[in-house]
Ligand binder design. Sequence first.
Ligand SMILES: Cc1ncc(C[n+]2csc(CCOP(=O)(O)OP(=O)(O)O)c2C)c(N)n1
Ligand code: SF4
Ligand SMILES: [Mg+2]
Length: 253
Amino acid sequence: MAEEKKVYSRTKGVLENTVSGFCPGCMHSTVHKIVGEAAEELGKLDKLVRVEGVGCCGLGQFYVSHDAIIAAHGRGCAVATGIKRSSPDSLVYTYQGDGDLAAIGLGETMSAANRGENFTVIFVNNGIYGMTGGQMAPTTLLGMKSTTSPAGRSAEEHGYPMHMCEILNQLTAPYYLERVSCDTPQNVIKARNAIKKAFQYQLDGKGFSMVEVVTSCPTNWGLSTIDSLDFLREKMFAEYPLGVYRDGGEKKK
Ligand SMILES: Cc1ncc(C[n+]2csc(CCOP(=O)(O)OP(=O)(O)O)c2C)c(N)n1
Ligand code: SF4
Ligand SMILES: [Mg+2]
């Protein structure tokens, strides 16, 4: 007889009834859950299509109970463009890490945002390449150690951290840009509401939205789950301030 799987989520229809491979304290699991919940609240779970990047951000295909496809590293926005244009009734989102979206995929991201493509980007910024063992990402903080910046990121050698909400806010087309986190129950609710709003804008045909979720990667930050929360709040939020950058096509910051 097949062994019964452990229950991972009690949220029926949003996630598979299975155990995730995310590290303890990783916020990817929470973000997966609230993406599904936002679509469920809109009654659109059956229309939801996930285009995921490569990285720990690309493990979700095994855990979500809606349609999912993995795009080659960085190509999420190009693949989502094709899916949304050919299947306009679908509720399409990309789920991408910072290495995926802001490094190898920067061109695809900027171009899709500049065209005002009508889909939603969920950008999980944990400041590092998580899956491949902690290499420097465009969002790695100055001074932060990674396997490719063992002495810490330096502006002279590696350039400065990149702020994707602020960068996309320079374009004309994007409709909604917000940066959120999941470090407290209140922030989880705010993040879910932001995702729900972005989905609603897509349903209304408003064009490109991005919700950036600033998260932790305790494993590659080399910190305990508790210490990684302190680092997130003290260092990551200082570099990546939470808030609405654009709403309804209007700049808010
Ligand atoms: C074309 C290509 N280049 C490099 C890789 C190796 N690779 C896999 S995941 C990854 C980084 C993922 O980092 P990020 O997007 O930040 O996601 P995270 O794991 O942090 O969620 C890289 C470089 C690949 N799979 N394909
Ligand atoms: S390596 Fe980092 S991003 Fe990947 S599952 Fe572990 S904590 Fe999460
Ligand atoms: Mg990352």
